[in-house]
Every structure is written in C-alpha cells, then in structure tokens.
Design a protein around this ligand. Sequence first.
Ligand code: HEM
Length: 497
Amino acid sequence: MLSSPNLGGLLASLTQGEWTPGEVATALAVPLVLYLVKIVVFPTVDPREPPKDYAMPICSLPMLHGYVYVINDPVLISAAMRNRNLSFDPFSLEFASGAMGMTKEHVEIFSRPGNMEEVSRVIHAALSGDNVFRMNVRALKDIAAELSNVPSGNEGLRVPDCATWLRNVIALATMTAMFGKNSPFTADDVPDFWEFDKGVGLLALGIAPTLLAPKSLAARARSQAKLTAYYEAHHDQADDVAAIIRDRAALERRHGIPDRELALIEYSMLFVSTTNTIPTLIWFFIHVFAHKDLAARIRAEVALVATVATDPDTGRRTTASIDLSRLEKACPTLHATYRETLRKYSDVLGNRRVMADTTLRHPVTGREYLLKKGVNVQWAAQVTHGLDDVWGEGNDAFDPDRFVETSAVDEKKRRGAMIPFGGGRNLCPGRNFAQAENLGLVSAVALGFDVEGMEVPGAVNAYMGTAVKRPEWGDVGPPIHLKRRPGWEDVAWEFKC
Ligand code: HEM
C-alpha cells in the first residue's frame, strides 16, 4: 500500500523518455533525493541523455540515507515479489507506527519472529473463500438499497457532487460489511477518511506529525475514538462481523493488546479497505458514463446476467437481480474497462527491504544482480503500466479494448507488467472484494440508469502512501443526474453473489 507518487513519476519519466532536468528537480525535492540518478548496473549509460532507448532493468537511486534499488523490468519485478529475502514486513510495521499511531510496545510484539507471518496468514484467509463471499453479500445489499432508493419517474436523483456520492455509498457499504451492524460510522464520518488519506504519507514519516499533517491527525483521532468504543464493547466478535475484523482483533488480544488500544492498529483496516477502492471506482464510473457508446455496450452485456421480474398485471419490471459470479465471463467490456482503469490510474510504488544479501536472476537473460542486505527495493506501476513493448505505442490513451480478446502472447507479456495490486506473498488480499463492489455498482447503474453530466477530468498523483491517482477536481466532483431508464422506473435492485 505504501507509495510515493513523486518518486513513481520520476521513475516513469526516466524510463519513458519524458525526462527534462526541470522535472527531475521538482520530483527530487519531495522525496529528499539528493543526487541525479547514478546507474550502477549500466554505468556506461549517461543518464542525462534522453532515455528512450534504455529501460534499465534495475538500477540504484541515491537517496539521503544511502540508496534504493529501482526495478523497471516486469520479469525482474515478478522475481523480486516472489523472493523470500525481500520483505514487505518492515514497511508494514513502520507504516503502522507512523501512519496509524501504533505504539512502540505493539511494534515490538509484532517484530518478534513469526508474528508478522501469523498476521499475514490471518489477513489472507479472512479475505478469501466464504469470508469474502459474506462481505460481498453484505456490501452489495447496501449498494442495491441505495440504487433502489433513487426516486422512480423521470426526475431520478440529482447528485450535487458525484465524488461525495460515490465515496459515501462505497465507504458505508464497506464499513457495514466489515464491522457489522454496530459499525460506528455514518455519512458524517466519511469526510474524515479522506482527510486522513491526504496526509497519510506525511504521517508515515513519523516526524513532527502535528506540524506536517495536523488535519489528518485530527481526522484519524476522531475515527479511532469511535473504533475504541466499538472494541471496548467487543462488537468485533458479533456474528455479522467480517473475519478480517474478528480474527485480527482475536489475534491481537492473544498477543496481549488491550481493547482500548486495538483501534490504533485496526484503523489500518478502515484505511486499506477504502483508500484505493474508491478512487478506482470513481475513475471506472467516470469512463463508463462519460462515453455513451461504452455504457451501451456494457448495458447489453449486463442484461445477459440480470434476472428481471415483472408485475403480472401491469407487465412492468419490478426487480432486477444481477448475478455477480457471471459478470467476469459474460461481460467482457465491463471487465476490460475495469482492468484498463486499474492500468491507467494505478500509482502504486512497490516496496520491499532486502533482508539478506540476495542474487536476483533474470529468468530470460540469465543475468544476475546482487542486492545488498538492508537496502530498499522499489518499482512503480507508472513505469510498467506504460511500457511500449508491453502495451503498444500511444498507451497513454484510455482504451478498454486492449483487454478484450487479447492474444496469449500479449497476456503473457502483461502478466508481470500489470501490478495495481502488487504481487507475491503481499498481493492485495482485498482485490476481489473491491472488484465485487465496483463492478456491482457500475453494472447496475449501466443497466437501469442514464447518467448525465459526466466528463473525464485530468488526473493528479495519488496521495503519498496510497496507490491510485485522483481526479484533478479534488474532493468535490461535478453534479450528475441519475435518471431511471424508460421501462426501469419501478425496479428494485438485488445482487446474487
Ligand atoms: C481497487 C482497490 C485496491 C487496490 C488498487 C489495492 C492495492 C494494494 C496494493 C498495491 C497493495 C500492496 C501489495 C504489494 O506490495 O505487493 C495492497 C495491499 C493490501 N491491501 Fe489492497 N488494494 C485495494 C483494495 C483493498 C481492499 C478493499 C482491502 C480490504 C478489504 C485491501 C487490503 C489490503 C491489505 C490487508 C494489504 C496488505 C497485504 C499484505 O501485506 O500481505 N485492499 N493493496
């Protein structure tokens, strides 16, 4: 989840030939990089030359405290993600300490041998199989209710700010799916989630948080106070609470963490479950409904997986149930648009630390690279999602069709290059839940509604520490008009998971 978009942008320019010294200077200022790139793997290449013709597979980038390894080659990135000597755990702990406010004692507990592995097992099991199925059912019930509540008739719903509307629908559905009916959060709390996201990267530095990100800190404190009351009441062990909340809290209590301190760690679940899903949904929604032809193609596909009931007297449609399990196969355009959204707007910067001197071998060229213990390794989706030899020239354009009917050769090339959810042992365990929420909402809107007022805005970098770019309009989006389509005026919405 940790990402430094400024560095990501710098890496993208260095490998994609857009580098100018001015841009580098700007990009370097924020992540405190002191020197120009020094290439250690290809020392003969002059980094001041326009770099179109060298995409360094791996290089080192000098930083204030030493240097980091930067990997640009998708095949090497995959190898790094799978290598057991390259660990994400130190970042998880540093992040939990700075960004979440986890105490030194907690960090010490989870730094003990085996404890992070145990946390990882719990997280990945809690977000798979029946556990994620139950979360999907719960979240989609709330999403369906929101759409069923759109007034019938021609007036529909005039949404004053589409960003706030989408954020609230998904954030609240997610909170109930995770924390159960006793979730302490209402729509009034959702602005705090976004306030926190804006400063999370600065808080993660762990330096003078009250000076660097006072608003984020205050927003976090308000949400954590609500969660503290929730954990003190042991609501986390209720039957309708998701395993990701229940099992993590049980594990933390077993390790001696008192109820009043659970919120300091568990706030991270609120963060990971919303911070990237929602901007992804916003881009997905924008692209589908700003392009009427794309929305029409998706509508025709979704119609194939919807079961519609009609009133025998009037013949009018009364309910529509969308079968989520069939969306992927039966709705190639819907799915391709989602994948293209992730390709185009992912801003993730992968992070691992080398835990022991390690030789990384390129599986194709056979060339070997020595990575020294203690050095950080990074890669940027901005680089791999824009490689011409993988995605073709002009890949800056948003084009869902690149994911429809791709050849086996293309699919293979893309495998290591498409990394919006990271990979290896830390591959995002929440990706299927996010997909259910996002595809569910967009598929139902495409089938039963017309959306007026949507245009594609420019994109700005993700907030540091998050993984998806944001629309340039900021927190407040344009107004949209959600109108029930003729023949769908009375429909109540349901999802079959
Ligand atoms: C479109 C939405 C999402 C995106 C783009 C995304 C992206 C990511 C990325 C890039 C990572 C780091 C992986 C790595 O370094 O290899 C990650 C980790 C993680 N994500 Fe997500 N995520 C999304 C949604 C979610 C949701 C909904 C949840 C929870 C319900 C979640 C929970 C997690 C957790 C717990 C980790 C840490 C995994 C570990 O360390 O093993 N994510 N995510």
